[in-house]
Design a binder for this molecule. Sequence first.
Ligand SMILES: CC(C)(COP(=O)(O)OP(=O)(O)OC[C@H]1O[C@@H](n2cnc3c(N)ncnc32)[C@H](O)[C@@H]1OP(=O)(O)O)[C@@H](O)C(=O)NCCC(=O)NCCS
Length: 209
Amino acid sequence: MAWITILPQHVQKNSSPPFLPIPPLPLPPPMIPTPRLLIRPFQPEDAPAAFEYLSNPTIYRFEPGAPLTLEETTRLITERAKHTDFWAVLHRATDKLVGHLYFSPTEPKEFLTWELGYIFNPAYHNQGYATESATALLRYGFEHFGIHRVVAHCNPENIASWRVLEKIGMTREGHLRQNIFFHRDANCNPLWNDSYAYAILKKDLFPQE
Ligand SMILES: CC(C)(COP(=O)(O)OP(=O)(O)OC[C@H]1O[C@@H](n2cnc3c(N)ncnc32)[C@H](O)[C@@H]1OP(=O)(O)O)[C@@H](O)C(=O)NCCC(=O)NCCS
């Protein structure tokens, strides 16, 4: 099996100070099944199904961005298919793309901290799909990617999002006041949002290790 090794930049450049090497990511990336879902890397062919929700203005209420055209979605999904920062979530019985997860290391990489995010097609909300898929990817990441801590942020008004974070076992560690904005008003002023900061440690999920 081939492996990608992610080393801190200073280790790559001059091999000191002696940080522990960061565990490698497996290649090819895995397909992760759950009872109802399959989590896998994006493929360019996912674009039409992704367009169904990336063209929907409601998903951007608490997210950066604006509704995409089919052409923009095709470009985006083709790009996302080249790496594993974003994971497609398919309904196994119908092979239908129902949403996606974001799961990627934060900087500096030697802190072994990853960030989790998600967007699901509103046609499939409130069926437990975000919870089921995020639970599986989180466990897989802790077991196989050498992760120490996973963080996530969401708007306090985005109840569905922080419900998911709590259902998957993450702890609310803070309430950040007006720390971020994704959209601007008609005069181009930032529309500041508060954020809840959530996190989970590997030892929270695997206390015996
Ligand atoms: C956040 C999101 C991914 C959740 O996906 P989902 O598949 O519907 O999530 P789940 O079904 O696993 O869980 C949703 C939970 O929120 C609850 N919920 C949803 N809307 C709610 C509301 N307005 N008030 C109270 N609870 C609500 C559901 O009842 C469910 O909790 P429960 O299982 O305890 O009943 C989805 O709403 C989404 O894609 N939103 C748009 C993009 C977005 O905001 N992403 C997150 C940015 S931080």
